[in-house]
Design a protein around this ligand. Structure first.
Ligand SMILES: [Zn+2]
Length: 166
């Protein structure tokens, strides 16, 4: 087994909706990003890449590449699932914490879980998403942005195949 951790932040700006965990959530403000600003998926992607020693999401999807402008982050996650398969790993379980003062995320967590389970092939029992505020403290507490942490375990399912390691 291999463990990985991911962390991501995006700043509020412009108009909503926002995208978290592959789900569109209506909100008066948006999240500024080169892609759709989905901190949940970005943290999860970085945790998966970290566990497989494959670098980080910026290496695989550079924000200098116009092809990724406004990109649907679900596409990044699907690509990383494939990269792990090619390296002989499968996601075993994942735990994600979203840190946001607003909007209220609890009502959206079941849809996020269903979406991410669908992309990763995880059983929903092996995927946890939770949301917390910071009680008004720090940049998330002041409503300046949203952060997410993710930890994952990977299991080895097969021999390493040669991969294009840039
Ligand atoms: Zn991000």
């Amino acid at each position: 087994m291999r463990i990985g951790h991911g962390y991501d932040v995006h700043r509020f700006g412009g108009e909503g909706p926002i995208h978290l965990g592959g789900v569109e959530i209506s909100y008066d403000r948006g999240l500024l990003a080169h892609s759709d600003g989905d901190v949940v998926i970005h943290a999860l992607c970085d945790a998966m890449l970290g566990a497989a020693a494959l670098g980080d999401i910026g290496r695989h999807f550079p924000d200098t590449d116009q092809a990724h402008a406004g990109a649907d982050s679900r596409r990044f996650l699907a690509h990383i699932v494939t990269l792990l398969e090619e390296k002989g790993y499968r996601l075993h379980n994942a735990d994600v914490t979203v840190i946001a003062q607003a909007p209220k995320l609890a009502p959206h967590i079941p849809a996020m879980k269903a979406t991410l389970a669908g992309i990763t092939g995880l059983d929903e029992d092996d995927l946890n998403i939770k949301a917390t505020t910071t009680e008004g403290l720090g940049f998330t507490g002041r409503g300046e942005g949203i952060a997410a942490h993710a930890v994952v375990l990977l299991t080895r399912v097969g021999p390493t195949k040669p991969t294009d390691s840039k």
